[in-house]
Design a protein around this ligand. Structure first.
Ligand SMILES: [Zn+2]
Length: 445
C-alpha cells in the first residue's frame, strides 16, 4: 500500500480558517486521511509493515482544495455566437469536442464541476465516461437540456415553439413539464435546469417567462424523484418565484431585491451569480474584439447585483462560484478562478472567504457536502499545490504556471503534458461577410 505525504506546505483548508504553515497532508487512495504533523505520519505507525509512504516536499508552497466550478457548459465548445451554437454543432462532434475539452479543466486545477445544461444531453454521458475512466476529467455532475417555455431563453427566436434545439427543450404546458423532468431524470440528469427568464427580442433585458405554478410543477416532480432543480433567473421576480417554488440553486439572481432575498433565505436556496462572463466582457471584451455595446450594461448589473449578493452573504446565504466556461469569452481552463476575483473586488469578500465560496460551498453544487471542498480527514483527496499565496491574491489561481501538483480523487494529474491543441474544423464557426454594410459612401467618401 502506498500513501502520499505532502510535507512542509502552508495549508488553506477551505473552511475559511487562516492558512496553517508547515502542515502535512496524508493521502490514502482517493481519501485525505490525515492533516497535521509530518513527523507522526512518517513514523511506523501509519498503515502497517507493508505500507510505503511517498513523500512530496512542498515546503514554501500552498496546499488547498481543488477548485469547484459550479456553473460550466462543457458541451458548448466555445462558440462566438448563438448562431454557431444552435446551428453549427452536430451531436456526435459536440460529444467528441466535450471529451477533448474537459481535460483542460483538470489542468487548470478544477477537480469537480457542475454542468447545469448542455447540448443534446451529452453531459450525463460525459460524466459517466469520466467516472468509468474512459475520459480524463474532473468529477462531474450534470443536467440535460435546459427547460424553456416557448418564449425561450437568451437565444431569441432560435428557440423553437416545441421540441429540442441545441441545449434547449421547450415545454409547452404543465404535462410536458412533468414528462420532460421525469424523462431527463431517467436519462441520468443530476439536476433539472429551468430557464426562468428569457429575452424577448422586442423588449430590453430578460423577463420572467415561467409562472410560479409552472416552476413549482417542475420542482415538485424533480424533488419527488430525489433530484435537485437549478434555474437561470435574470430578474428579481423570477428569483423570488424560483426560491418560493423550491429551486435549489439560483443562477445569476440579477437585480435581486429585498423580497427576493427574503424568499431565498426562507427556502434555503444557494445563489451562484456567475459574474465571470459579464466581468470578462466588461473588463477584457475589446481585447477579444468584442464590441463595447453591452459593457456598461454588464458593469452596472454587476455593481447592483454585487451589492445584493454581499447582503445575501452577510445573511448566511451560501454563494457559489461559477465561470460560465464554454463560450468564446470564457474558454475552458482559463477563467475558473475569475469569480473569486469578482467576489473580492465587487462584494468586498476577503480572498479566504472567496476561496471558501469556490471550494467548501462548491460542494453544494455537486450535492456532496461533507465529501469534497475542504481539506479534512475523510474527505476526497482533491488537492492543489501551488507556488504563491492565494489568501493574499486570488488572481494567482488563474496562473497555471504556478500549479505544482493537482490531485483529483487521489490521483496525481500529469501537469507536464502540453496544453490540448486542435485545428478548427471546416464549417465549424460562422464567419460574417462584413462587420458593417459596404455602402457606396464607405467606398467613395
Ligand atoms: Zn450558463
Amino acid at each position: 500500500m502506498t500513501l502520499t505525504l505532502l510535507r512542509g506546505g502552508t495549508v488553506i483548508d477551505g473552511t475559511g480558517t487562516p492558512p496553517r504553515p508547515d502542515t502535512a497532508l496524508l493521502i490514502d487512495g482517493d481519501r485525505i486521511v490525515g492533516l497535521g504533523d509530518a513527523v507522526s505520519y512518517q513514523g511506523k505507525n501509519v498503515g502497517g509493515a507493508d505500507t510505503h509512504v511517498e513523500v512530496l516536499d512542498v515546503t514554501g508552497l500552498t496546499v488547498m482544495p481543488g477548485l469547484i466550478d459550479s456553473h460550466c457548459h462543457i458541451t458548448l465548445g466555445e462558440p462566438a455566437s448563438n448562431d454557431e451554437l444552435f446551428f453549427h454543432r452536430e451531436p456526435a462532434f459536440a460529444a467528441m469536442l466535450a471529451a477533448f475539452n474537459v481535460k483542460k479543466l483538470l489542468l487548470a486545477g478544477v477537480t469537480s464541476f457542475l454542468d447545469a445544461d448542455g447540448l443534446y444531453n451529452i453531459g450525463p454521458a460525459l460524466r459517466d465516461a469520466i467516472e468509468s475512466g474512459m475520459v480524463q476529467g474532473p468529477t462531474m455532475r450534470s443536467g440535460g437540456y435546459a427547460l424553456m417555455t416557448a418564449v425561450g431563453g437568451t437565444a431569441g427566436r432560435m428557440i423553437p415553439d416545441e421540441g429540442t434545439a441545441g441545449y434547449a427543450e421547450v415545454v409547452r404546458n404543465r404535462d410536458e413539464m412533468v414528462l420532460a423532468t421525469r424523462r431527463q431524470i431517467k436519462q441520468g440528469a443530476d439536476v433539472i435546469k429551468i430557464h426562468a427568464t428569457g429575452a424577448i427580442p422586442t423588449k430590453t433585458g430578460e423577463v420572467a417567462v415561467w409562472t410560479f405554478e409552472e416552476l413549482k410543477t417542475v420542482c415538485d416532480t424533480a424533488h419527488d424523484l430525489g433530484t435537485r432543480v437549478v434555474a437561470h433567473c435574470r430578474g428579481a421576480q423570477s428569483t423570488r418565484d424560483a426560491a418560493k417554488a423550491g429551486v435549489d440553486i439560483i443562477f445569476h439572481a440579477s437585480y435581486m431585491d429585498d423580497s427576493a432575498l427574503e424568499a431565498v433565505l426562507e427556502s434555503g436556496s444557494a445563489l451562484c451569480p456567475v459574474f465571470t462572463f459579464l466581468a470578462n466582457l466588461a473588463d477584457h471584451g475589446p481585447k477579444a474584439g468584442s464590441t463595447g455595446a453591452a459593457q456598461d450594461v454588464f458593469r452596472s448589473e454587476m455593481e447592483q447585483t454585487g451589492a445584493m449578493m454581499r447582503k445575501a452573504y452577510d445573511s448566511g446565504v451560501p454563494l457559489l462560484c461559477g465561470s460560465e466556461s464554454g463560450f468564446s469569452l470564457t474558454p475552458y481552463g482559463h477563467w475558473h478562478h475569475r469569480e473569486m476575483e469578482v467576489f473580492v473586488e465587487h462584494l468586498g469578500l476577503s480572498p479566504l472567504q472567496a476561496i471558501s465560496c469556490c471550494t467548501a460551498n462548491g460542494a453544494i453544487a455537486l450535492d456532496q457536502v461533507g465529501e469534497v471542498g475542504t481539506l479534512q480527514a475523510g474527505r476526497r483527496a482533491d488537492v492543489l499545490v501551488l507556488d504563491g499565496d492565494p489568501s493574499r491574491d486570488v488572481s494567482i489561481l488563474g496562473d497555471k504556471g504556478r500549479l505544482r501538483h493537482v490531485f483529483c480523487r487521489g490521483e496525481q494529474v500529469d501537469l507536464s503534458v502540453p496544453w490540448p491543441q486542435r485545428q478548427p474544423l471546416r464549417g465549424e464557426s460562422v464567419s460574417s461577410w462584413s462587420a458593417v454594410a459596404l455602402t457606396w459612401d464607405l467606398v467613395n467618401r
